[in-house]
Design a protein around this ligand. Structure first.
Ligand code: NAD
Length: 263
């Protein structure tokens, strides 16, 4: 079995669902020990931890930090290092969405999206960098979005947060460039996760069209391939970025969007 990440340790925020959980499996399959994070039913999360350990023979842990709380985020980074004795890979991935015209955008949703989709990445990186610098190695991979590069109507907070995450990615990359650390962002197009499934309903309401029309005319209209991006496609890029071969890719905003942002 090819285990290029054997003995390494990875923290993935928002990994009890969707992309984060899928990437946890990708990294564990490659040999990394995993710190999961995110909301969910305690029994379901225990089953996720057990599944990762059982399938790949790695150690998996779970930390319940709320990505709106800076102190809990710093503690999660510390707990990862304490559990595994190292922190090689940090993936700020937690994210939420809300779809609404700007003038009706609920202020609490704006604040929550900025906190979870942007500021939590800052807090993870801030706490992880001293550990990575001491080790002389680190891989930070922010889960951005096509919406880090282009906008769509009715997603003001999400687009603003993801554009902010792009800026954070580039700034950190410059600061760590001589430390054996890289900081990049993956910018997926639409991936069929619970986050997107929920948007279908909300977008239908905001645009006054059917849910079927949202999928064909809004979601797949944006992606020239007319296909959702898959977990495996994101996982392949992630494995490259965290490998030695990825050492000179730094500060990059890497589109995996079927050509969406080429338009
Ligand atoms: P998802 O809803 O399936 O998963 C989101 C995860 O974040 C869950 O584990 C959830 O518990 C966690 N989370 C939410 N709020 C949290 C909080 N306050 N504290 C801790 N954890 C919290 O979503 P997903 O589609 O897998 O999205 C993951 C990331 O990928 C997000 O940053 C999203 O913006 C990005 N993304 C998704 C798509 C897509 O099409 N699905 C496209 C581009 C980018």
């Amino acid at each position: 079995m090819n285990k290029p990440l054997l003995g390494k340790a990875a923290l993935i925020t928002g990994s009890t669902s969707g992309i984060g959980l899928a990437l946890a499996h990708v990294l564990a399959k490659a040999g990394a020990n995993i710190m999961l994070n995110g909301f969910g039913d305690a029994d379901d999360i225990a089953a996720m931890v057990a599944k990762i350990e059982g399938e790949y023979g790695v150690t998996a842990r779970y930390g319940a930090a709320d990505m709106t709380r800076p102190g809990e985020i710093a503690a999660l980074v510390g707990a990862t290092h304490a559990a595994f004795g190292r922190l090689d890979i940090a993936i700020p991935n937690a994210g939420i969405q809300h779809v609404s015209p700007v003038e009706d955008f609920p202020v609490d949703k704006w604040d929550a999206i900025l906190a979870i989709n942007l500021s939590s990445a800052f807090h993870v990186i801030r706490a992880a960098l001293p550990l990575m610098k001491a080790a002389g190695f680190g891989r930070i991979v922010n889960m951005a979005s096509a919406h880090a590069l282009v906008a769509s109507p009715y997603k003001a907070a999400y687009v603003a947060a993801k554009h902010g995450l792009a800026g954070l990615t580039k700034t950190v990359a410059l600061e760590v460039a001589q430390s054996g650390i890289t900081c990049n962002a993956i910018c997926p197009g639409y991936v069929k996760t619970p986050l997107v499934e929920n948007q279908i309903t909300d977008t239908a309401r905001a645009r006054g069209i059917s849910e079927k029309a949202v999928v064909t005319d809004v979601i797949l209209a944006a992606q020239p391939t007319k296909k959702f991006v898959t977990y495996d496609q994101l996982g392949g890029l992630l494995l490259y970025l965290v490998s030695d071969a990825g050492a000179s890719v730094n500060g990059a905003l890497l589109s995996v969007d079927g050509g969406w942002t080429a338009q």
